[in-house]
Design a binder for this molecule. Sequence first.
Ligand SMILES: NC(=O)c1ccc[n+]([C@@H]2O[C@H](COP(=O)([O-])OP(=O)(O)OC[C@H]3O[C@@H](n4cnc5c(N)ncnc54)[C@H](OP(=O)(O)O)[C@@H]3O)[C@@H](O)[C@H]2O)c1
Length: 228
Amino acid sequence: MKNQNTILITGANRGIGLELVKESLVTGLNVIGTYRNIKNSKELIKIKSEKLKIFEMNVIDEKSILEVSKNIKKPIDYLICNAGINNGFGTIFEDDHSHEKMLEVLNINVLGCVLTIKNFIKNLNNNAKIILISSVMGMQAHSGSSATIYRASKAAVNNIMVSISEDLKSDKITVTSFHPGWVRTNMGGPNATLSAKESAESLIKSFLNLKFENTGKFFNYDGSLMSF
Ligand SMILES: NC(=O)c1ccc[n+]([C@@H]2O[C@H](COP(=O)([O-])OP(=O)(O)OC[C@H]3O[C@@H](n4cnc5c(N)ncnc54)[C@H](OP(=O)(O)O)[C@@H]3O)[C@@H](O)[C@H]2O)c1
């Protein structure tokens, strides 16, 4: 029997988020996809399915999140904080790491997850799963220093994931983070090892296998446990 649960995916208009939408629909899930800008969302808009609802939402604009929260009818079983940016490759000594750009990365990648979770908490179903899309680049043990603040943002994502998992333990809500693999998207670039479809297929299977005992943990896209 097809899975009738509801999944909400942020940053659903392109890259990994868009493929998560498509794979969720294949699985039978009801899907709520959010996009920041209609102009960049042509492929998402083209998807014709009664099971897909799309909403405009910027993860760092609390009003826009609340608007979506008010307008969704079904309780959410899977809340996927996928939206993210990396507008700073290189080291902190390069121009990409201006104060403004560093703040933007931290704001969208970290506070975007916090604001999304805070405002959708009332929409969550019993035993819901919250998934933050993190990255292997956030691991403390690493060599190389490129994308310093992006790395820091994903380390912070894993850290807030643990705190939120503790906060929601008594409600039996599972909170985890996932590395999606190195994926051929605008962010991952053309040399990445996985297509967005391969990453999303594997991620959706792993999300559907999550159990409450997994709360507070960081996983690879294939469901194997990762260290922080
Ligand atoms: N690709 C990889 O190899 C890789 C590896 C590890 C982790 N990740 C993580 O996976 C996630 C998805 O990455 P991707 O590769 O699919 O990147 P992408 O192709 O660049 O897509 C990023 C998505 O995030 C959205 N977004 C950015 N800022 C937003 C905001 N303020 N509000 C709402 N949406 C916003 C973008 O919307 P717009 O179209 O409006 O910009 C877009 O939909 C990110 O969290 C990323 O850090 C990716």
